[in-house]
Design a protein around this ligand. Sequence first.
Ligand SMILES: *[C@@H]1O[C@H](CO)[C@@H](O)[C@H](O)[C@H]1NC(C)=O
Length: 620
Amino acid sequence: MLVTTSILLAFVLCTQAFYLPGVAPTSYQQGDEVSLFVNHITPTLRYEDKDAKASMYSYGFYNPKFHFCEPEGGKKKQSEPLGSIIFGDRIYNSGFQLKMMENTTCNVLCTSTVPKKDAAFFSKTIRGGFQYNWLIDGLPVARQMVDSKTQTSFYSSGFNLGYDDDDNVAHPYNNFKLFVEYHLRSDGNYRVVGVTVVPESIAYESETEPDCSTSKDAVSFRDDGDTKITYTYSVFWIPSDTVWATRWDKYLHVYDPKIQWFALVNFSIIVIALSVVLSHVMLKTLRTDISTYNELNLDDDSLDEVGWKLISGDIFRPPKNPMLLSVLLGSGMQILLMTLTTCGFALIGLLSPSNRGSLSTAMFVLYAVFGFAGSFISGFVYKFFKGEDWRTNMILTPLMVPAIIFTVFIFLNFFLVFAKSSGAVPFGTMLAIIAIWFIVSVPLSCVGSLLAVRRPAIELPCKVNQIARQIPPAVVHENSIPRLGGRNISFGAIAIEMYFIYNSLWFSRIYYMFGFLFFCLVLMLVTTLLVTLLITYFSLCNENYRWQWQSFFVGGGISCYIFAHALILSKFKLDGMVSIMLYTGYSLLLAVGVGLLCGTVSFLGSLFFVLTIYKEIKVD
Ligand SMILES: *[C@@H]1O[C@H](CO)[C@@H](O)[C@H](O)[C@H]1NC(C)=O
């Protein structure tokens, strides 16, 4: 255990070092250059327009179709943590020149020429609500907004490429008024604590000496040939009382806090009440069962009453496909630990959005490291199932599910490449992922497997009979009702969060409500566990001893809900084939992940339950 902890710690420290530049404050002197970096151009959901179609992939800022101005000396890619790259960040330098505390107005960036065919593409992205994502000193360039419900002002990161007027004609923004808030520290240094932008679309008469002050017509793309767009910008340095440590607060705006809390409180009360009642009833029933069984003599005629004691000779009979089940359980454990730990780290503020890419990198690293625990569980369960071929188990566990995920990932990547999206993960990063997998995760997994093999098997409270019992025809309805109800409840817990998770996954809204997510996760796991125990108990009473796969599926069934919810209930329309493929693919991955996680919790809960109750009864 010590070894794993230290490896884990080392990793956390490594990743910390990896993204430290974003965490430490940068101090500037008057006149120091402050760089503006440009990130990818991302789709957003136009909440105000019901018929708007959402795109699922982003473009690089310097995608040649946009003809944006490149900096002198050429664009340079900025280094980013691995997680950032996987999740689509592509950061480059830009031609904007900002000097601390020096107001400038109407600087010309460049004049670009957009040919007719690219103008159509540009217009489409404007109408589709695509957004710029610029960064100054690690802060996103934002629009200042006022929440209509709470009347509070907040910063919404990113801003649109342009706007479309009432006649559906797109006008690109070409004048950017940047308002950079700075904080003067006592030591005479300045720090950037907020950046907002007011973009405008102005059809300039002169390319070299544009006049930004007067309001003129907006830029429109010409139908008959090339459109020339002159890009200009102004910078205003605004003194602010905000200190560096709290500079992110304005960006982290909860859109509908009341609704969320209401739903969550409501839901948790139902769940907690249900769980208390259920566990009470179950404990009582079990106690009566156990005491009757221990008084009864099995030779009596009262056999039909006996219920689950009858199958004590079969309860530990290994299921069909023990290898597959144990491998899935191992992968589920890996995802479960990764999710909980990531959430936990985020909860104590280690992975704040100010730390660009830290969340996704942590997820990836933790997933790789927890291969250890996954393989241990897999090997342990496989041994419990009396599996002989532990070598195959050791190889399959770290490879099977990750290989499937990776294949889907590569498949989807082809679509991104095809759509010329910047989201396509570069070949080098792919190789890095594979390398990390084989250098870190697979060896750790093997250690986990070996530890499981070395461990003595669990002592079974009852022996397995030579001949398998006949399972009476299932009493179907008795099981299906709690199963359905249970899945609904456990899905309900996570459904509240889905909306926010999707918004952050697809439309790059900053997600940071980790306390919330953590609580929802715990609720989901608790309900899943309760429902599984109930169903396992029922089926044991029905003399069905095949609880292993069944309990896995009870929990895993949630993935059908998540997938269906993503496909049917998501309230936005998708734009084009590639978006549909991407959306379906990523939803599928998400659904399978949550399914594995819940299935594992269900199985392990049932395993513990079965071991406990059969230990209590005397079997001759
Ligand atoms: C820059 O302009 C803003 C807005 O006009 C003003 O409040 C600020 O004092 C100016 N800053 C400097 C350093 O001149």
